[in-house]
Each structure stands twice: as C-alpha cells, then as structure tokens.
Design a binder for this molecule. Sequence first.
Ligand SMILES: [Zn+2]
Ligand SMILES: [Zn+2]
Ligand SMILES: [Zn+2]
Length: 310
Amino acid sequence: MAISILSAGVSTAGSEPQANTARDFVKLVSEGIDLINKFSDNLSQNARSLAVEIQNYTSYSLEKGGDHFDHGGFTAAFPPQQIEPFQVIAFGVSSNGLATGVNGSIDFVVEGGGLIRFGFDNPFVGTNGRYVRPDPLADSKVAVPSVISVGNDAHVRFSIYDKLGKGARRQEQWRSCHKCQQLFYDGHEFKGVCPAGGGHESTASFKYFAIFNANGSSRLQNDWRSCRKCQTLHYGAIPGACAAGGPHNSEQSFEYGVLFNAHPTPSRQLGWCSCNKCRALFYAPHGGRCAAGGQHDTYASFQYLLDFKV
Ligand SMILES: [Zn+2]
Ligand SMILES: [Zn+2]
Ligand SMILES: [Zn+2]
C-alpha cells in the first residue's frame, strides 16, 4: 500500500499564498475575533475606538517597543509585551475626551532585528485610517497587509507574513495515541505501527496542528519529519528506533517545525518532549511506550508545545 505524506489534505498550489495561509490558520483568525469580542462590549457609545488585531503568521517572535498617541490611549485590553510565533493578539484603543478621536501607533521589534510601526486613526470627524512602517531590515523579512473597517467603533487588522522561505502552513490531522503517547498522522486509513502493539489510536485526543514549511527561529525547531512506516512525528536529524523495525523513514515528508521555549495558551499545550531513544514527539506527563523498549526518555529534551483544538 502506497502511503503518500504529500496528499495530506493541504494544497500547496494556488496563486494567493496569503489567503491560503489565512485559511490554513483559520483558528488563529477566530481567536482574534474572540479576543476582540471580549472587550468591545465595554466601549462608550460617544467615543471613537479601535480594536487592533495583530496576527503573526511567522515563526518569529515580536517584542513590544514604544507606543505613541496624539489622541486617546489604550483601553480595556492592553497590548502584550510579546507576540509569539503563530499567535494572534488584540488590544483596544479609544478616545479619552469630548469631541476627540483616537490616533496613535505601536512598535514591535522582529526577532533578529527589524522594527515595525503599526499606526491607527479613528478621528472624531473623517475617515478611519491605518499604516504600516517597517524599517528596511523588517521590510526585508516580513510583509504586513492590513485592513480597517468604518464606523465609530472599528476594527483594524494587521497580518504579518514571512517574505523568506516557502510560507508556513499547518495540518490539523495530527493526534496523540493514548497507548504510546506519540503524535501521529491520523489522516490516512493506515494508522501506523504503535510501540504498544497494533496501530495508533486517537481515542480522546485533541486535534493537533503541525506546522510545516516554516523558517526555524528561537521558538521553532525544524527538522521534524513524519515517518512513513509508523506515522509518527520524529526529530529527523538523529536516527531513532521505529516501531515498524529499524530506524524511522522520513522519505517524502514535509519539513515540520515544532514550537519550543514558548508560553502555553488555552489552545497551545505544553508537555511535549522528544524521546532520547526513539526521537518521537510524545506527551511526557503520561509516560507512554517506546519503540526502543520501556517508556520514552525525556533526557535532554526541549519543552515543546503544540497548538490544538478540542
Ligand atoms: Zn501509539
Ligand atoms: Zn517510524
Ligand atoms: Zn521513545
């Protein structure tokens, strides 16, 4: 039976890479809307306000720099100090006096250098506006399209895309096996080979996302592969024992990237480790079963994180 890792449900063709990326990351978009709904209800009817949303579709983290207001200021939700890879943040800005609007900007520094200024304007009279001013270094790394809505309480969205590399995507057919605790690809009829016997089983698993085609960064480790014999995500740079016998086989696999040294969120789960014996990514709090015998071994592993939905 032929097992095609490439037919795993994500189109790599298409003339609108940014639109396709947004589709692959649709949960990120809905998280942004949830964030905005949380503070939009509290706005005064007489004020001018903006919900500012920044979507980071890159593997870089961004550090908050300065901010500046000609009118108004932050409201209800404040911007965080950091935007992590593949994360969306939102904050509110509003006017703070009679017959004034809100007009300001906020800076974020891209990992490795490069500053982006995000500007926004909801005047008391006139049209809403926004701008993006990357310095030359940031401009060489990222593209930042933006949109803004009309009205006194409006919404501006900035989306950050990586200009370098192939363009990050993600697959949502990954599951944890309750028998071996490994992350495996559940999109095929063939459920791989489980170290605990039989095929992997996704019973009670969250739906995990695996990132691929991303650039490596301080928070994203590349070189992860899916094994066509056991269907497990494993670190491909070092050989590891495969439950189907011999070492893993990563032929035809995408290059996957796994987040590490990042912060957990309600949809980003900490607790994943690479096994020092079999190189599989596994959920450490539950131990599991290793293809090299006994339990998996967390020795020298980073603390990895996976995005999921229920
Ligand atoms: Zn298993
Ligand atoms: Zn394998
Ligand atoms: Zn193991």
